[in-house]
Design a protein around this ligand. Sequence first.
Ligand SMILES: Cc1cc2nc3c(=O)[nH]c(=O)nc-3n(C[C@H](O)[C@H](O)[C@H](O)COP(=O)(O)OP(=O)(O)OC[C@H]3O[C@@H](n4cnc5c(N)ncnc54)[C@H](O)[C@@H]3O)c2cc1C
Length: 313
Amino acid sequence: MSSMLDYFTNLTDIEIKIDYPLEEYTHFRTGGPAEILIQPQTAEAAADIVAICHEQDIPLQVLGKGCNVLVADRGIPGVTLLLASKMARYDVAGDQLFLQAGLSIAEACALAARNSLTGLEFACGIPGSIGGALRMNAGAYDGSFQNLVIRTQYIDQTGTMGWVEGDEHEHAYRSSVFANNNWIITQTVLQLAKGERQAIYRRMAENARKRRESQPLEYASGGSAFKRPAGNFAGKLITEAGLKGLRMGSCGVSKKHAGFIVNYGKAKSSEIMAVFIKVQDEVKKQFGIDLEPEVEFIGDWSGEPMARTGRTG
Ligand SMILES: Cc1cc2nc3c(=O)[nH]c(=O)nc-3n(C[C@H](O)[C@H](O)[C@H](O)COP(=O)(O)OP(=O)(O)OC[C@H]3O[C@@H](n4cnc5c(N)ncnc54)[C@H](O)[C@@H]3O)c2cc1C
């Protein structure tokens, strides 16, 4: 371990933590330690870290605000690159927002509203970072990030920095060029439009209210557990399978919204995984439909039962 650490100790603009528990960095409030947790303050520092990991064959996992991931109880081997909070600068020019990847979606929404810019209202209440949102093409109600993003800076797997524009983002439902290639987002430019400030605040408050009413925000979760299957809804299938409110120890399927798997307090990631598996198996058995997790399973899950992800590698 110390030899792996040696590669990073001479870098500037970074903060390093060793064997650091990830519970506090994940929305499920679970997960073992990051072997080496590095928080870069600049895109260049992040690129240096990626280049070292590439050259030295060190496993690398990126983490934003941990709202869409389930981290293994054994933790994450190698380097966990944490972009939230330290890389969170922003700027406004006319009706464009310039946002670093670690800025929270909530701060971006507040920035837009303060500047009377409309377009981001749909995102009000989606937890997470701008980087995570662009990778997952986060969306809600009538909007998604793909409708706003015009240019994004990224780091490829070798540590080389580049930009994509417009269609090059390859945004589709919960997917992007960044997810397809495992690229790391460092900053982006969103195109909004001039609007009326009070109306923007009203729409944001309305969306936040709808979320409070329909989602189990009082419990730890990863948001929608499964992607929407073609022509159907995961929550509807789970309800019809009789699994709404299913309790398995300290976690289960939410009583309020069957699309959410929640941690009521003390569950471990492996117990939450067991709920994913149970739901997948039951829905497959009753309706012949494969539910694909929207939540990403990261870290060292080797030898543990896992839900089918539909992803390879
Ligand atoms: C209560 C709740 C409600 C939610 N509601 C919605 C919703 O309405 N719509 C929706 O789309 N999602 C929703 N989500 C899911 C989640 O909030 C979004 O997917 C969010 O964009 C994830 O951002 P994050 O920073 O937390 O990403 P993380 O969970 O940290 O990471 C998710 C994935 O993105 C990668 N990643 C993170 N940062 C970067 C980066 N800078 N560059 C490249 N890859 C990166 C990670 O490696 C991982 O693969 C919800 C989640 C919760 C808990």
